[in-house]
Design a binder for this molecule. Structure first.
Ligand code: ANZ
Ligand code: ZN
Length: 845
């Protein structure tokens, strides 16, 4: 009888005792670094979370059997807001909450039998990890890659914290949904834009990443070539203006500048406050600006917002037409893109078109397809198609791309602008005014300025805070012993920085720390990453397609530039696994539809759960959890168990296949065994079609049962039988090959049961030592094929012929088939066409 709970416990203990998955660098063997995105310790892992770990485990276990030195570590992305929120709510220290959750979730993963090298476990909230965030930060500070700047930040009133752009979802805080507002604060930033071009260009080399992820990254970086053009500012009526005051716009279509009939500023533009102060009613001016700034950020960014604005009363001069154009403030112009100012070309930009129609601003056509004559009055929409310039002075008649080049050069020659490359990507604001994160290792000294903490004084350990209110200043600012320090440079009284780092910093390099997790003199010994890096197979949720993966690619380059790694790209192959749904919704605690793996393990065992999750869909696809699905997997495992247990005595005595001569049924069984070995090997890697690999194994089990029946070794469904009598030694050898192959191939999916069965088959050293079974192309080759036969275009029958049958033999067999000969007899054969291996076509009259 199959008792999964006993077996699973036994093998989990065995793996732990024998340190089965612990590895060291071994240059004599090929390495395989298999990694699943580490976990946020939120409390309990549900089936949706653990699907990813199962996928990685099948890869890791398979590659181990194939002789690779496999690094398969796990850890915890352990800083972050939920721990702090739990502290505020339940008066529980974030560290305790986090470490308790880690302990529970680690138990869950161990009960699933995931083959992790637990001795390399890391948690980012521990000083021996975040110390290296600080170390790296000081290196980046020295190189100008970490800097401080006053900037508009997203502010969540409820969490009292700054949010990164990507943490703003539909205008609300990603955690609590509160509408996000903006604030000005001094923020620490990392200069990811210094690598924008490289990150974009290198993405082309990521041939084993999903196309959609690469596209998302490309759009996120958002490279556009265009020009900056300055529109000199005219004096306010009666006022004075700096001779060189101007509004600089960013445009990708300088060729349309003769159609620029107004200029628009973002509500965040620095000139806005000056204009407000000079306006007849400054208070009203400011109120209108404030309303725009408070509008849904995402809608503003995507341009979906209703386009609104107002005239500032000021004008600027179009440097090409030399006409004055009004300066407006518009809600759909973003402060943080380009220059925060746009030239309005309503004839050729749809947003400007809608804006101009709303406010009756002049619309001018300056590009139109050759031979046509557009009138601005009957334009139903902006014309953004191809064409040649009209009404554009000396450039009229040129196709627009050529005019674009020439006019960019002209702007430069006149000193009113220049060509530029603009990125949507922003530097990464990492400051958080929260407790549960890495303290930023900087000291603010009245005389020396910002001084990085010296290496020997790292880590800057998070001080103990016992009361969490969730309001006011950063919690660290409330600890005087933490804040008040002396300057490392001059010794004077100074203040420690109290911001902590965005937790995305923690996850941007943990994959390198796994290579050398206990190093206490460096983040890692470069030699270890030289051996293990890059990660060969990385899997995780598609929600990390942009940020985590771009930040990791950025950090990887920083490590390269400070000489710790020699590779550019950290992840060779990326798999984004699909979500697990239940009752049509993504599994989540808040929806109340989670399935706890421990409940499933208690009923059916971890192996059945693993098999079910791998079988039910391809790894990248969503799956709908079906409560009864697990029973099917459990029944299948029982079927495997029975046939293997029943035949074990015969198999143990059987010889190998070498030198034996087999009959047809034995040859057919061998064909299935070898064909399956070949197919499953490819389905797992390179294809990662784990579901079809399981399906192939299920078919093999059916074949095995059928073969036993044929040979009379399946009395009464195997019940009550101590052993099977296998008469022919050849049959025994074939059974041995099939059964051993089955157990080995199934072992990455259901490792506990397979280890137990393998032991029962008389092997001492476990499935990894046995290795992946080899297939023989000869044994796998089909002996015969079936070919359809047509007569005058109609299908009349099928014939089975040896695979190597020649043209004549196939023709003969086709004509001899009774269903075919009936249609041929008595008629004249005009011709016979044999499309080899696929079709015989006979034409008669
Ligand atoms: C005039 C123009 C005419 C434009 C035309 C486009 C078409 P991408 O390609 O995404 O870089 N723009 C510039 N800065 C902006 C800001 N801060 N907020 C909103 N829109 C901004 O887009 C560049 C174009 O987006 C620029 O080229 C500008 O409009 C607008 F027929 O200038 B264009
Ligand atoms: Zn100082």
């Amino acid at each position: 009888m199959y008792h999964p709970q006993e077996i699973e416990k036994k093998w989990q203990e065995f793996w732990a005792q024998t340190r089965a998955f612990e590895v060291t660098e071994d240059p004599s063997r090929p390495k395989f670094y298999c990694l699943e995105m580490f976990a946020y310790p939120s409390g309990h892992a549900h089936v949706g979370h653990v699907r990813n770990y199962m996928i990685g485990d099948v890869m890791a276990r398979t590659m181990r059997m194939r002789g690779f030195n496999v690094l398969h570590p796990f850890g915890w992305d352990a800083f972050g807001l939920p721990a702090e929120n739990a502290a505020i709510k339940n008066n529980l220290h974030p560290e305790k909450w986090t470490l308790d959750n880690i302990a529970h979730m680690k138990g869950q993963l161990q009960r699933l039998g995931i083959s992790y090298a637990w001795e390399r476990e890391l948690a980012t909230c521990l000083p021996n990890y975040y110390r290296w965030n600080q170390w790296l930060f000081t290196r980046m500070f020295e190189r100008g890659l970490a800097y401080r700047r006053r900037s508009n930040v997203n502010w969540c009133e409820s969490c009292q914290t700054v949010l990164a752009n990507e943490q703003v979802v539909d205008g609300g805080c990603w955690r609590c949904g509160t509408t996000v507002t903006t604030r000005e604060l001094d923020q620490w930033c990392l200069r990811i834009t210094a690598y924008a071009d490289e990150l974009l260009a290198a993405a082309e080399g990521l041939t084993e990443w999903p196309e959609k992820v690469l596209t998302m990254q490309q759009n996120w970086i958002g490279r556009s070539e265009g020009a900056r053009v300055r529109f000199p500012l005219n004096a306010a009526s009666g006022g004075k203006v700096d001779a060189d005051a101007s509004i600089e716009v960013f445009t990708t279509r300088i060729d349309t500048i003769y159609g620029a009939t107004f200029v628009m500023l973002a509500p965040e533009h620095p000139l806005v406050e000056q204009f407000a102060a000079e306006a007849p009613d400054p208070a009203e001016f400011r109120a209108r600006v404030a309303r725009f700034r408070g509008q849904d950020r995402t809608a503003r960014m995507t341009g979906e917002v209703e386009k609104e604005g107002f005239d500032t009363g000021r004008t600027a001069t179009n440097p090409f037409t030399e006409e004055p154009v009004p300066v407006w403030i518009a809600n759909f112009v973003l402060g943080e893109y380009g220059t925060g100012a746009v030239m309005g070309v309503p004839g050729h930009d749809q947003r400007d078109f809608e804006f101009a129609r709303n406010y009756s601003l002049p619309i001018r056509v300056v590009v139109q397809p050759e031979g046509e004559t557009f009138s601005s009055d009957d334009l139903a929409a902006a014309w953004d198609g191809d064409g040649v310039l009209v009404g554009s002075g000396p450039w009229s008649g040129l196709p627009w791309p050529e005019a674009n080049r020439q006019m960019t050069a002209e702007a430069k020659a006149r000193g009113t602008g220049e060509g530029t490359v603009q990125y949507r990507l922003k530097d990464w604001g990492i400051s958080r005014q929260r407790y549960w994160g890495t303290p930023i290792p900087i000291i603010h000294c009245p005389s020396c300025g910002m001084v990085p903490v010296q290496d020997e004084d790292l880590p800057v350990v998070l001080p103990t805070v016992t009361e969490f209110t969730g309001r006011g200043d950063s919690p660290l600012a409330q600890v005087p012993e933490f804040v008040n320090v002396s300057c490392p440079r001059c010794g004077e009284a100074a203040r420690r920085e109290t911001d902590t780092m965005d937790t995305f910093v923690d996850s941007s390099w943990y994959f390198y720390r796994f290579c050398d997790p206990h190093n206490d003199t460096l983040p890692f010994d470069p030699a270890t990453v030289a051996y293990w890096g890059p990660v060969d197979f990385y899997s995780g949720g598609v929600e990390h397609a942009i940020l985590h993966l771009i930040y990791s690619r950025f950090f990887s380059r920083v490590f390269r530039d400070i000489g710790l790694v020699t590779i550019d790209e950290p992840f060779t192959r990326l798999l984004t696994q699909g979500m697990v749904l239940r009752n049509g919704a993504v599994m989540s605690k808040s929806k109340g539809n989670v399935v706890d793996p421990d409940d499933m393990i208690a009923s059916f065992g971890a192996d059945a759960l693993r098999l079910y999750v791998m079988f039910v869909a391809p790894p990248e696809k969503e799956v709908e959890w079906i409560d009864t699905g697990l029973e099917g997997a459990f029944r299948f495992l029982n079927r495997v168990w029975r046939v293997v247990e029943h035949l074990s005595p015969a198999v143990r005595q059987a010889s190998g296949v070498a030198g034996l001569t087999f009959d047809a049924a034995e040859r057919a069984m061998r064909r299935r065994t070898h064909g399956t070995i070949r197919r499953v090997a490819q389905d797992i890697s390179p294809r990662v079609h784990l579901n079809t690999a399981v399906a192939a194994l299920m078919e093999l089990v059916n074949e095995l049962y059928a073969f036993c029946e044929l040979r009379g070794v399946r009395p009464a469904g195997f019940e009550g039988e101590a052993s099977a009598v296998v008469a022919r030694p050849e049959t025994a050898a074939v059974l041995r090959e099939a059964i051993e192959g089955l157990v080995l191939m199934l072992s990455p999916f259901t490792p506990h049961m397979c280890e137990e069965l393998w032991e029962g088959l008389g092997h001492r050293n476990g499935v990894v030592a046995a290795g992946w079974p080899e297939w023989s192309e000869d044994a796998a080759r089909e002996e015969s094929i079936e070919i359809p036969v047509q007569v005058n275009g109609k299908l009349r029958g099928r014939v089975t012929v040896p695979v190597d049958a020649g043209q004549d033999a196939i023709e003969k067999a086709a004509l001899a088939a009774p269903t075919v000969s009936a249609h041929v007899e008595g008629r004249q054969i005009v011709k016979i066409i044999v499309a080899k291996g696929r079709l015989v076509s006979i034409v008669v009259k």
